[in-house]
Design a protein. Structure first.
Length: 123
């Protein structure tokens, strides 16, 4: 008998993570990821630092997102003023936090059907 809540069936939920990978539903990703609109985009060729390229999907497309959670691994990093300004123009809030906190927050907001995206670096 499958007792998995129906809410999980059509959602991308991060089931587990470590310093080398993320497991999202049944798929494993070994790089920085972008979760948006029930899609997972692997950013394998991207550096560990955040750049404007990491946010191009928001700048170049109409994305129905209220907030972007940015998981920065275990390090402290900041988002450039240009990126913050462009996201603000699109009425998208950003929240920078350790990856473990971003994962937990993303899962909760996703299950609440919030318009959330996450850009998460490995630990």
């Amino acid at each position: 008998m499958d007792i998995t809540p129906l809410a999980f069936k059509n959602k991308k939920i991060i089931n587990s993570y470590n310093e080398n990978s993320f497991t999202i539903n049944t798929e494993v990703y070994g790089s920085k990821i972008l979760l948006i609109n029930d899609q997972v985009i692997s950013l394998e060729n991207s550096s560990s630092n955040l750049s404007e390229n990491d946010f191009n999907v928001f700048f170049n497309n109409h994305v129905d997102t209220e907030i972007i959670l940015i998981g920065v691994g275990n390090s402290i990093t900041s988002i450039s003023f240009d990126i913050k300004s462009k996201l603000k123009e699109l009425n998208i809030s950003i929240d920078v936090m350790p990856s473990s906190a971003a994962i937990r927050t993303y899962n909760i907001l996703t299950l609440e059907d919030r318009k959330v995206a996450a850009l998460i670096s490995l630990l």
